[in-house]
Design a protein around this ligand. Sequence first.
Ligand SMILES: [Zn+2]
Length: 306
Amino acid sequence: MHTVDPSVLAPGESHALTLAPDLGTPVEVPCTVVRGGREGPTVLVTAGVHGAEYASIEAATRVARLDPATVRGTVIVLPVANPPAFFARSIYVNPLDGKNLNRVFPGSAGGTFAERLAFWLTHEWFARADALIDLHGGDMIESLTPFSIVAAGHAPSLALAEAFGLPLLVESGGRGMKYAAATELGVPAVLAEASGQGLWPEAEVERLVHGVRRALQHLDVLDGTPEPAPVRRLATFAWLRAEERGLWRPSVSGGDGVREGQEIGVLSDLHGTVLRRVVAPQDGVVLFAVESLAITEGDPLVGIGA
Ligand SMILES: [Zn+2]
């Protein structure tokens, strides 16, 4: 099955499906459609765009177990949106073409695997949804403090992120990213991040599940009103990248506060000779920090929100 039309599925039931989209390479994508017994919006919840962000994937599998009797409208969950990356335990990129899926949206029908997957996700899924919740986290080599990202100035997406309730919120451009492509199609979207380093601690998984439930309340899919949560908005999100390959020894982790000019890590060559002392370009909070000793030219090192 290439895709599914939720309207043909029985209302008041949950349907676990395995999709086999025609992307030029055989791939099976798990999908759960939770069709409520009452009319309402269609909300798409995705995870696993990055295959090793495990807290988000685990959270999505729990969201897929929503009781249809509590749902107004339809909740569609794709908990492992990029199966080749998941099974390869791949960091950042899809193993079939070396591309970062969350940099190629809205994708291309005749492109490489990641571009075709992006095209399918765009046109078969979130273009037909009323809202998109895309779950992420720090990748296998990244520590991270929970935050969300929305397209700058898009009021319905900002409201969705405020409802999700992660403590920090970045407004960004996000070219090629799923939330940005959704917003361009007029679909409110939030990218929510928690945990990292290949870990899925219960508290972080439940943080994401709780956030999705709050967002679904905001969208009137679930009963109730989310309690106001303190959300601090950040205007900038600076990414520092490695200018050379070598050894990276960070001195900060996700969640640390930094001051402008503070050393946040040292890049050395493979003999241990210091190439560069990396300093914070601004005061702010470390949203993610790469904790891998091995670093290649162009790799992200630290992301600082301010
Ligand atoms: Zn991610």
